[in-house]
Design a binder for this molecule. Sequence first.
Ligand code: ZN
Ligand code: ZN
Length: 180
Amino acid sequence: MGGTAAGLVGPQRVARNLDPSPTLESNRTCRTCGKTKPLDYRHYNQIPNGGFRWSCKRCRAANTREYHRRNPEKAQERTKRYNARKAAAGGSYTAADIRKIRTRLGDRCGYCGDPLHGGGEVEHMLPVLRGGTSNPDNLTLACRTCNGDKGSKTVEGFIAYLRKHGRPVRSDLWGGTTKP
Ligand SMILES: [Zn+2]
Ligand SMILES: [Zn+2]
C-alpha cells in the first residue's frame, strides 16, 4: 500500500479491529472518543458474529474522512472508479421520479421503514459497483443508516443481513414480520 499517514489506519485496518464475541452490555464506551453510547446498530457497526466494533460509527466515519483527506489520491481514485462504473451502467432519473418513489414508500426507508421526513438518500438497489443502473426501477430511498450499511450488498444480501442482526425490515415490501 504505502502512503498511509502516520498514526492513521486505513479503512481496511479499522475493519479488522473486531469485537471478538457477542456481548450483552447495553452501553459501550467508544475506544476512540471515550464517549459512552447505546450499544446498538445506530451507534456502532455490527460485525458478522453479532458483536459490535470498539469505536463508534461517528469516529469510524471521521477516521475514514481523515484518511481520505490525507490520502486524496486514494479518495479521488475511488470516486473516479465509482463514477466510471455509474456512467457505464447508465440510466438517469428526475426529481419527479424520486417524488414518485417517496410516495410509493410512504416517505419511509425502503428497507427498515424509518420515517424519512422528506429526506433520505437515493439508493441503488443493485449497486453501481455490480452494474446497477440509475434508472428509477433500480432506485429506492433509504435512511442514512441503511444506505451506509448496505454498501455493495445486493438487496437480498442486505435484507438477510438486517434479519440476521434482528434489525427492522419492512414486511410490506420484503415479507416476514417487522421486528422493531
Ligand atoms: Zn467515538
Ligand atoms: Zn433504513
